[in-house]
Design a protein. Structure first.
Lengths: 275, 292
C-alpha cells in the first residue's frame, strides 16, 4: 500500500517531536558527564562541551569501589537471568509435554504471580531472608527471584508453536523427555530463549527496590543503589559525577539492546506478548 | 500426551516451589501480620483483630493516599496507554518510511533503570540551575519547585515513569497493529474514511485484547514502579504529597516499623489488584473476541 508521501510529513514532525522528548534527556546525561563543574553551570544547555573531559569518570573510579559495584550487579543479574531461564524452560516443557489433572489451574496459578505486587511480598520475604542470614549478600537478592511467571508463559507459548510431528518422532524412537527437550525443542526455540534472557537481564540489572531492602552495607551495593548516594537533601551539586555513574549504570542495558534490537523486536512482533 | 508422573513433577518443581514460597506464602503471611501489632524486632506479637484495618479506613491519610494514587494512574494511562496507542497506529499504518527507526528510537528509554531516570530528572528539573529552568526563564516563566508542591509532585513522578515505560508499551501495541490486515485499511482509505474513524472502527476492535493487556500492565506495574522515584526523590513528601497506596506499605513497614498497618495496606492493594484483574478477565470473555 502506498500512502501519498506529501501527506505524511506532519506525522513525521509529530513523531520526531516524540523522539526528541524520549532521547534528549539521555543525550543530556551523556554530555553532562563529560563537562567540568564550570561548564555544567555556565553552558548547561550546550550539548557538546567545548572541551570534553573525563575527570568525572576518573573521579568515580578513584573514589568509589566502582569495579566492586559492577561485579555485584553483574553477579546478581546473571544469576537471576540464568535461573529464570532454566526454571521457565523446565516448567514450560512440563505444561506442553505432559497431561495431568488441574494442569490449567496450576499454570494460571503460576502465571498470576506476575501480577502480585512487590509491596505485598516484600515484608514477609525480607523477614524470611533475614532469618536465613542472607541480608547483605547477593544470595538474599537472588533467592526469591529464581523463577518467573511470565517466563513460564513465554516458554510454553514458544514450545506450543513447534509442530507436533517433530515431538511425536522423538517419542516413537523412545527418546527420554530430557533428550526431547534438549535435542529437539531447545534448538528450535533458541531465539525466544535468548530474547527472554535479554529482557530478564536488563530488568535485574536495573532493579532497585528489592536490592535496597536486602543490601545495606556499601560494599555490597549494586550500581542502581550506588546512585542513591548522589542525592543529598539539597538536591546535590556534583551533577557531573552523578551523571557519570548514571551513564555507567545505563550503558550495559543500552548496548545490549542496541546490538540485539532487530532480534528483540522481531521476537516481540512474532511471539505476540498477548494477555 | 504423557500422563503425570514423578518425572513431570521434577520439571515443574523448581519454578513451582520458588513461586509458592516467595509469592503465595508471603501473601498468607501478610494476612497473618495484618491482624497483629508488631514492630519487626520485638519477640512478641500482639493479636489485635481488625484494629489495623479500622485505623487504616478511618485515618485522614487514606483520602490523600487514594487521591494521589488515582491522579498518578491517570497520568500513566494518558502517557503510557492512550498516547502509545495512537502513535503506534500512526507508525504502523500511516507512514511509508522510517517506522522501524521510530519504534527503535522511542523504545530506548525503557532500557534505562528507574534509578537512573530518577536522578537524571532530578537534575533536569532542578529549580535553580537545571536545564528546564533555564529554558523556562528564557521565555519568561518561573520554574516551580517540581518536587516540593503537593499535587504537582505526583504528576511529575508519573511523567518520569511515563517517559521510561512509553516505548515498551508502544512496541507491544505496534506488534498488534501489524496484525491488522492491510487490505482492510486500504479499503477504508478508498472509501475516504477519516483517520479517527479508521482508528475507532477498525483498529480498536481488532487490537482490543493487546490493548487491554497493555492497559492492565500500565496500571499494575505502573503502581509498583512508583516506589523507585518516590523513595529516591521525595520519601513520600512534601507532607505525604507524593505518597500512595504502594509507597505507604514501605513507609509503615520499613520506616515506621508498624508491620500490622503495612500489611493491612498491602492486603488492601492486593484486593484492588484482584478486583481489577477479575474485571479484566470478564471484559476479555465478553467483549473482546475480534483478535485472533
Amino acid at each position: 500500500m502506498k500512502i501519498n508521501s506529501y501527506r505524511d510529513w506532519y506525522w513525521h514532525i509529530l513523531l520526531l517531536f516524540a523522539v526528541v522528548i524520549q532521547l534528549w534527556p539521555l543525550l543530556f546525561m551523556l554530555s553532562t558527564s563529560f563537562k567540568t563543574m564550570d561548564q555544567i553551570f555556565l553552558s548547561t544547555l550546550n550539548p557538546l562541551p567545548a572541551k570534553p573531559v573525563i575527570d568525572n569518570y576518573l573521579y568515580v573510579l578513584k573514589n568509589l569501589p566502582l569495579i566492586q559495584y559492577i561485579v555485584n550487579t553483574l553477579l546478581i543479574a546473571s544469576s537471576i537471568t540464568l535461573a529464570k531461564i532454566i526454571t521457565s524452560i523446565l516448567a514450560g516443557f512440563a505444561f506442553v509435554y505432559y497431561d495431568f489433572s488441574h494442569k490449567e489451574k496450576l499454570f494460571n496459578t503460576l502465571l498470576l504471580t506476575f501480577f502480585i505486587p512487590i509491596t505485598v511480598v516484600m515484608m514477609p520475604n525480607y523477614l524470611f531472608i533475614s532469618k536465613l542470614g542472607l541480608l547483605n549478600t547477593p544470595w538474599g537478592v537472588i533467592l526469591p527471584q529464581l523463577a518467573d511467571g511470565m517466563g513460564i508463559f513465554l516458554m510454553r507459548q514458544s514450545m506450543r508453536n513447534i509442530p507436533k510431528p517433530l515431538l511425536e518422532a522423538g517419542r516413537l524412537e523412545n527418546a527420554s523427555p530430557w533428550v526431547i527437550l534438549t535435542r529437539i525443542i531447545l534448538p528450535l526455540i533458541k531465539p525466544s530463549v535468548i530474547a527472554m534472557g535479554i529482557v530478564f537481564f536488563i530488568n535485574s540489572w536495573n532493579d532497585y527496590f528489592w536490592p535496597l531492602l536486602i543490601l545495606h552495607d556499601k560494599p555490597t551495593y549494586t550500581l542502581p543503589l550506588a546512585l542513591q548516594m548522589f542525592i543529598s537533601a539539597e538536591g546535590g551539586s556534583e551533577w557531573g559525577i552523578a551523571m557519570a555513574v548514571a551513564m555507567l549504570t545505563a550503558l550495559p542495558p543500552l548496548l545490549l539492546y542496541l546490538t540485539c534490537q532487530r532480534f528483540i523486536m522481531n521476537t516481540f512482533m512474532q511471539s505476540g506478548v498477548k494477555g | 500426551m504423557n500422563r503425570f508422573t514423578w518425572q513431570s513433577a521434577l520439571f515443574l518443581a523448581p519454578a513451582t516451589i520458588t513461586l509458592l514460597l516467595f509469592a503465595y506464602w508471603p501473601l498468607l503471611q501478610d494476612v497473618w501480620l495484618s491482624f497483629h501489632s508488631w514492630n519487626m524486632v520485638s519477640p512478641t506479637m500482639k493479636f489485635v483483630g481488625l484494629q489495623n484495618y479500622l485505623q487504616l479506613l478511618s485515618s485522614d491519610e487514606l483520602i490523600k493516599i487514594l487521591l494521589n494514587t488515582v491522579l498518578y494512574i491517570l497520568v500513566l494511562v494518558c502517557v503510557n496507554f492512550i498516547l502509545p496507542y495512537l502513535l503506534s497506529f500512526i507508525i504502523a499504518h500511516r507512514l511509508n518510511r522510517f517506522s522501524f527507526f521510530y519504534r527503535s528510537a522511542l523504545f530506548i528509554p525503557s532500557t534505562v533503570s528507574l534509578a537512573v531516570a530518577s536522578i537524571l530528572f532530578l537534575w533536569i528539573l532542578n529549580p535553580l540551575a537545571g536545564p528546564l529552568n533555564i529554558i523556562l526563564s528564557a521565555i519568561g516563566l518561573e520554574s516551580p519547585r517540581w518536587f516540593k508542591e503537593s499535587g504537582l509532585v505526583i504528576i511529575i513522578i508519573g511523567l518520569i515513569i511515563g517517559w521510561k515505560v512509553f516505548g515498551y508499551n508502544l512496541i507491544l501495541l505496534a506488534a498488534a497493529m501489524v496484525d491488522v490486515p492491510k487490505e482492510l485499511i486500504e479499503a477504508a482509505r478508498l472509501e475516504n474514511v477519516s483517520n479517527w474513524q479508521l482508528f475507532r472502527r477498525i483498529i480498536v476492535p481488532m487490537t482490543s485484547s493487546t490493548a487491554l493487556y497493555v492497559f492492565v500492565i500500565t496500571v499494575v506495574f505502573g503502581l509498583q514502579y512508583v516506589l523507585v522515584p518516590v523513595n529516591m526523590l521525595t520519601q513520600g513528601g512534601p507532607d505525604q504529597g507524593s505518597t500512595n497506596l504502594v509507597y505507604i506499605v514501605y513507609q509503615y513497614g520499613f520506616v515506621f516499623f508498624q508491620t500490622g498497618k503495612a500489611s493491612a495496606f498491602a492486603i488492601l492493594t492486593m484486593l484492588i489488584y484482584a478486583l481489577f484483574l477479575i474485571v479484566k478477565t470478564k471484559v476479555l470473555d465478553k467483549k473482546v473476541h475480534y483478535e485472533n
